[in-house]
Design a protein around this ligand. Sequence first.
Ligand SMILES: Cc1cc2nc3c(=O)[nH]c(=O)nc-3n(C[C@H](O)[C@H](O)[C@H](O)COP(=O)(O)O)c2cc1C
Length: 191
Amino acid sequence: MTPRTAQTSAPVLDTLAERWSPRSFDTEHTFPEGALRGVLEAARWAPSANNSQPWRFIVARRGSASFARIEGALAGFNREWAGLAAALIVNVAEVEDAEGGPRPWAEYDLGQAVAHLSVQAHAEGFHTHQMGGFDREAIRAVFDLDERLRPVSITAIGLLGGLEQLSDTLREREAAPRTRLTLEDLILVRD
Ligand SMILES: Cc1cc2nc3c(=O)[nH]c(=O)nc-3n(C[C@H](O)[C@H](O)[C@H](O)COP(=O)(O)O)c2cc1C
């Protein structure tokens, strides 16, 4: 058990307890072409409303033109560290079906697919860090996404890196205790 392992009030799967979101990634590590298949398969098999599977992904490995474009669209506080990751994945929700009908659960379903991806990644020895801090319109423009395709979040993925490559502020955050509300705070009714 690492110091970052969740302290739980009941047993949970090791992979869930040990997953956490670092900012320091190993810059020596790269993904060979096709290496992210496992984590994308985990996303693919997530449940979704009416099996609509409204998740889409832009997968960019460090060094590629797409990676640079995504990095350029990140908010400054994320651009500071996310370029260390071996890949950046833009998580996109298809919010309308082919006939233009609404898909009210698209973002919910996408989130669940990304959760599957992050758990599979951790089980494979990788770390992920999701980000909401980015310019959605910039991503939309750069990747030519129409209104049906809504960029919702970006996942940084790679191997954990050393703390020395982070600024003092980020290093402090990286080592800060992981906290959560108590289970009692979350349960509105337990009958
Ligand atoms: C939708 C979403 C948006 C997030 N946005 C950011 C972000 O812009 N920058 C950042 O550093 N972390 C971001 N995070 C990471 C959370 O801060 C992190 O998951 C939370 O503090 C819990 O930490 P843990 O994942 O290590 O358990 C985001 C996470 C999610 C799920």
